[in-house]
Design a protein around this ligand. Structure first.
Ligand code: T4K
Length: 371
């Protein structure tokens, strides 16, 4: 399939192939392919350093990391979360026999509205699982305050939040655990991959056991673990990618700036912008919201028009998780409970943003939007 004329919402960053062969040769030499191999250990160390966190456990993907994070903290009953996310957020709860309780989002940040969390707490609530949507920090202070008041755990789905800092501290250090995704579509990728960020060595050891079938030594199984291990090829790619990450984020920031300049005067096209001065951005997505009345076209008309021009934006996040049949019967899925999320899900399109996107691509996309 030749996709060269198509512009996708994202394209993975790939360093020069010749540089990766050196890593492959080393794997071929030492024949260590998985199970906490040397590249795995090196990537854990380097990521801790880059992200400014103390302990991190690598995973085969972000979803299995979310499932394991819930296991590690023995979460059960009900967990308060957002409907405005990728479906893996809620799936990780259902895989643990936990009932997701959806709370509406804040119209400015697209994150769970911390003012609405308390009314959703019941005697069965054990935790809150917010998402730093598009890498924008949740209201971490208020969420922690609520968690402390009611004795709840906080697990952040930080799939979009690679490298984001708040008040010069890693966003990933908030809550009890944070989970990253290193999927091919993410700012930092290992083809598939993910990680749990945890506060102490004891928790990391428990998570490490859980991702390796529960083994604590050759003959001892201490927990109902799963196979969530990242392999050496993924880890090696991560180490190479990390060498380019600042360049990658800089390129994304330039694209973000150009879009904002070109779209500034288009009535009915509102670029997502939170404007929190104490937060760094990783430019993982470029969402716009289409106001049909002002723009004169619906979001879906624009989405299809872009498609006709070989521009494949994505409606992240539409439909809401609460609309999928698995979840639509839950009491908290009722539309009147989620009015902000319902509105935003109908207006959003994420425009293409990735390091190889050229200025002329951005100009082309913007001119179609402005026509
Ligand atoms: N929590 C949140 C908040 C998440 O956003 C995600 C994942 C997770 C948890 C779970 O983490 P992981 O288990 O995935 O590590 C994509 C990704 O598959 C998914 O990882 C991501 N969120 C979600 C937001 O987006 P799709 O179904 O939109 O992906 P797909 O395959 O349509 O790819 C989008 C575009 O990217 C393609 O049109 C072209 C481009 N692409 C994609 C792939 C896979 C490439 O150019 N090369 C590629 O290899 O879900």
């Amino acid at each position: 399939m030749n996709d060269s004329h198509k512009i996708f919402v994202t394209r993975p960053f790939l360093p020069p192939l010749s540089e990766f062969t050196q890593y492959l040769e080393k794997i071929w030499d030492n024949k260590w392919l998985t199970n906490q191999g040397p590249y795995h250990q090196e990537l854990e160390t380097e990521l801790c350093e880059y992200l400014g966190v103390e302990y991190l456990s690598l995973f085969a993907n972000g979803t299995i990391a979310l499932v394991t994070a819930l296991q590690a903290l023995k979460i059960s009953g009900e967990v308060i979360t957002t409907p405005y996310s990728f479906v893996a957020t809620a799936h990780s709860l259902f895989w643990n026999n936990i009932t997701p309780v959806f709370v509406d989002i804040d119209p400015e940040t697209c994150n769970i509205d911390s003012n609405k969390i308390e009314t959703a707490i019941t005697p069965k609530t054990t935790a809150i699982m917010p998402v730093h949507c598009y890498g924008t920090p949740c209201d971490v202070g208020s969420i922690q305050h609520i968690a402390d008041t009611y004795g709840l755990k906080v697990i952040y789905d930080a799939a979009h939040a690679f490298g984001v800092q708040i008040n010069s501290k890693s966003l990933l250090e908030y809550g009890d655990l944070s989970v990253l995704s290193f999927h091919a579509t993410k700012v930092f990728n290992t083809f598939e991959g993910g990680a749990i960020i945890c506060p102490d060595l004891e928790t990391k050891m428990r998570i490490d056991y859980l991702k390796n079938f529960g083994f604590a030594g050759e003959t001892k199984v201490v927990a109902l673990g799963i196979n969530g291990k990242m392999n050496e090829i993924q880890a090696a790619f991560g180490l190479l990618h990390l060498k380019y990450i600042d360049e990658v984020i800089k390129k994304r920031s330039e694209i973000d700036t150009l879009y904002r300049k070109l779209l500034a005067d288009t009535p009915g096209i509102n670029c997502f912008s939170v404007g929190v001065s104490n937060t760094s951005n990783n430019y993982s997505y470029f969402p716009i919201f289409v106001n049909q009345k002002e723009y004169g076209k619906s979001r879906d008309e624009l989405y299809n028009k872009l498609k006709e021009n070989n521009i494949f934006g994505r409606r992240y996040f539409y439909p809401l998780i609460s609309h999928f049949p698995i979840y639509s019967g839950l009491e908290s899925s009722i539309s009147s409970n989620l009015t902000v999320a319902e509105k935003i899900a109908k207006e959003v399109i994420c425009l293409p943003i990735y390091p190889d996107l050229t200025n002329s691509d951005v100009n082309k996309i913007s001119s179609i939007l402005c026509e």
